[in-house]
Ligand binder design. Structure first.
Ligand code: 13P
Length: 254
């Protein structure tokens, strides 16, 4: 059975005290959040707070920590990089790979992203693989082809076992941080398409087991409608994950 996942990508925000307070406020009375092994929450802080946030959630089940990136290399003279092995070593369970901000501002190509995913698997991290089209591609109605190529040039190079460990996040770039959410129908259409591509490249059973999250201006008001769609298994939430009450509402919307 595929899991329902609400992940908060904090990007380059918050200081240490704020990060701790946010986790505490989201998880206060965490029983009310109704989490179980098939409905989980993931926090994705900056590298420097990973250790702290891992300790904070250590006693809780069904709450996990993701890094926002990892190196494509195992180890070595790569100043400023963080290896998947180091993330595993501090107790991180997930790593975001291929966020559009990494692709766009740090020139991460599908080949590099594939290497990062390989590193994640070697060190027992589950990648959250992001895909999604820019505005002009959407306006030209070329988004299906664009996403298919992102999948084929990176994700579909994985083995079945690796793919089954992967979470996919569809994040249309025009919806990220813009307040312009994809409609539930627009998002569902792409999620369904992604699942169809997986079924064609692997098989329908595998396609049915993969969690596909939506990201792009998810908020406390629109989350329930998005999550009610058949192929939307949760959200990768940016701005709204920084506000405890809103993030709680989003978790409760699934
Ligand atoms: P926003 O929710 O702020 O649009 O960000 C989405 C995102 O990029 C999550 O990874």
């Amino acid at each position: 059975m595929r899991k329902k996942i609400i992940a908060g990508n904090w990007k380059m925000h918050l200081n240490k005290a704020e990060a701790i307070e946010l986790v505490e406020s989201v998880l206060v009375g965490s029983k009310d959040l109704d989490l179980d092994e098939n409905k989980i929450v993931v926090f994705s802080p900056s590298f420097v707070y990973l250790d702290t946030i891992v300790s904070k959630i250590a006693s809780l089940s069904n709450v996990f920590v993701a890094a926002q990136n990892c190196s494509e290399y195992e180890q070595g003279a790569y100043t400023g990089e963080v290896a998947a092995k180091m993330l595993q070593n501090v107790g991180v369970q997930f790593v975001i790979v291929g966020h559009s901000e990494r692709r766009q501002y740090f020139n991460e190509t599908n080949i590099v992203l594939h290497q990062k995913m390989k590193q994640a698997f070697v060190h027992k991290l589950q990648p959250i693989f992001c895909c999604g089209e820019p505005l002009e591609i959407r306006e030209n109605q070329e988004h299906f082809l664009f996403i298919q190529q992102q999948l084929e040039n990176c994700l579909f190079l994985l083995s079945e076992e690796e793919l089954l460990q992967t979470v996919i996040a569809y994040e249309p770039i025009w919806a990220i941080g813009t307040g312009k959410t994809a409609t539930p129908e627009q998002a569902q259409e792409v999620h369904h398409f992604i699942r169809k591509c997986i079924a064609e490249n692997y098989n329908a059973t595998i396609a049915d087991q993969i969690s596909i999250l939506y990201g792009g201006s998810v908020n406390a008001q629109n989350a329930a409608q998005l999550f009610s769609q058949a192929d939307i298994d949760g959200g990768l939430v940016g701005g709204a994950s920084l506000k405890a009450q809103d993030f709680r509402t989003i978790i409760l919307s699934i």
